[in-house]
Design a protein around this ligand. Structure first.
Ligand SMILES: [Zn+2]
Length: 370
C-alpha cells in the first residue's frame, strides 16, 4: 500500500501554525486510526471523516488507514477534517499523493460530504502563505475572504466528492489573492455633520478622537448615534492594523469584514454573557471587546451591565488585550479600543421628568464606581 502527506493549519488565539498530516495505508481491517489528536476528539473526527467519504460515493478503502497529525494537537479544530480525509484517500490510492503534497486543506466535513465554512480563514491562510504554502483549498463560502490574503492561490470547495474528482483530474479553479483595495473596503456611511445641535457632545467626540480619550455620555441624548459617528473621525486603519482587525473578525465568524480602512464599532447588549464580552478560550472565539480593537466599544446603559463585566474591562483598558485561561491552554486577543459609556440619570424609563428620589439616582450611577 502507500503513504501520503499534506498540511492543514491550527489556530490558538490568532496564532496560526502549519500542521503536517500523514496517512499510511496497510493491509488489514478496513479501519481508520487517528494519532496526534486529543482523546475526546478522536471518535467524532473519525466518524465525520468516515461518513463524509462514504457519502461522497467513494468506496471505503479495503485497508487499515492510519492518520497522524504532527505536532500533536492539544485541541482539535474541525477545520482539519478535509486535510485528514484527502490524506486518507491519497494513501489508499484514490487521489494521486503528489496532488495534495504541496497544498494546505481547510474545511470541516459534514456527514453527507459537504465542506462547511470555518472561522479564522484569514489568519490561517496568511500563516500558510508565510510558511511557503500559497495554494490553499478552503470552503467555498470562505474563498472570497481567503482571496484577500496577498500571495494566496485559493481553491474553493463545496463537496468532498468534488475535491476528490478535481484532484484526480487536476481541474481546480483558483482565485489568486490580491492586495487589499481601500476602495472596496467597508466605508463609514454616517457623518458627524448629521447630528443636529448638541454642540457639547460633538465637541466631546472631537476631543475623544483627537486625543484617544474614552467618553462617558450622561442623560437622554442620542448616544448610539454619537458613538457611530465617532468612527468617521477616528484615524483610518492602515496596513498591519487593518490586517489585524480583519483577522479578529474572521476568527469571530464575521467574514464580511475584510481588511478595510474604517475602524470597527462593537456595541454589545447589557444582557450578554462574560464570554460574549471577553471571548471564549474553549471555542477560541474573541468577544465584543476584541471586535472593538482599534475602534469603538459602546456600552449603552452601562450601569445595567453585570459588575464582573464592568470590572473585567479594566484589564483590556490597561493592557490593550484580553488574556483568557482554560483547561490546557490560554489565549490572548488584542483589545485596544476607545470606550464610550452612556447612562440615563436613573433606572426607570421615564427620563428626566421621572419621580425617582435623588438616592435612587445616586445608587444607579454608583454601579459605575469601580
Ligand atoms: Zn427615574
Amino acid at each position: 500500500m502507500s503513504h501520503a502527506s499534506t498540511r492543514t493549519i491550527t489556530l490558538t488565539g490568532l496564532s496560526a501554525h502549519v500542521v503536517d498530516v500523514e496517512a499510511d495505508a496497510a493491509p488489514g481491517d478496513a479501519e481508520l486510526h487517528l494519532l496526534g489528536l486529543p482523546e475526546l476528539s478522536v471518535w467524532p473526527a473519525r466518524a465525520r471523516i468516515r461518513a463524509a467519504i462514504l457519502n461522497s460515493g467513494t468506496p471505503w478503502p479495503d485497508a487499515r488507514i492510519t492518520l497522524s497529525v504532527t505536532p500533536a494537537l492539544p485541541v482539535y479544530n474541525a477545520a482539519a477534517d478535509l486535510a485528514l480525509a484527502v490524506a486518507a484517500l491519497a494513501a489508499a490510492g484514490l487521489i494521486p499523493p503528489e496532488r495534495i503534497a504541496g497544498r494546505v486543506f481547510l474545511g470541516e466535513l459534514a456527514l453527507d460530504g459537504q465542506i462547511r465554512p470555518i472561522r479564522g480563514v484569514l489568519p490561517m491562510v496568511a500563516a500558510a502563505v508565510r510558511a511557503g504554502f500559497s495554494t490553499v483549498v478552503v470552503p467555498a463560502e470562505c474563498a472570497w475572504e481567503a482571496a484577500h490574503v496577498p500571495g494566496a492561490v485559493v481553491m474553493p470547495a463545496t463537496w468532498l466528492a468534488d475535491v476528490v474528482d478535481q484532484l484526480r483530474h487536476a481541474a481546480f479553479r483558483d482565485h489568486h489573492g490580491r492586495e487589499p483595495d481601500p476602495a472596496q473596503s467597508p466605508s463609514c456611511a454616517v457623518d458627524l455633520a448629521d447630528v443636529p445641535g448638541n454642540q457639547a457632545a460633538r465637541r466631546a467626540l472631537e476631543v475623544c478622537a483627537a486625543g484617544g480619550h474614552h467618553l462617558f455620555l450622561s442623560g437622554d441624548g442620542p448616544a448610539t448615534m454619537l458613538a457611530e459617528r465617532l468612527l468617521g473621525i477616528l484615524p483610518p486603519l492602515t496596513g498591519e492594523t487593518a490586517r489585524e482587525v480583519a483577522e479578529i473578525h474572521s476568527l469571530a465568524g464575521h467574514p464580511g469584514r475584510v481588511p478595510g480602512v474604517t475602524p470597527p464599532l462593537s456595541a454589545p447588549h447589557h444582557s450578554e454573557t462574560a464570554a460574549a464580552i471577553f471571548g471564549s478560550v474553549a471555542a477560541n472565539r474573541p468577544g465584543a471587546v476584541s471586535l472593538a480593537h482599534r475602534g469603538v466599544l459602546h456600552l449603552a446603559e452601562a450601569p445595567e451591565f453585570a459588575r464582573p463585566v464592568l470590572e473585567g474591562l479594566c484589564r483590556p483598558l490597561d493592557s490593550g488585550q484580553v488574556h483568557l485561561a482554560g483547561v490546557g491552554r490560554s489565549v490572548r486577543y488584542p483589545a485596544r479600543f476607545t470606550l464610550i459609556l452612556d447612562a440615563r440619570p436613573c433606572p426607570c424609563p421615564e427620563g428626566r421628568d421621572c419621580a425617582c428620589i435623588p438616592e435612587v439616582r445616586r445608587r444607579y450611577r454608583a454601579r459605575l464606581a469601580l
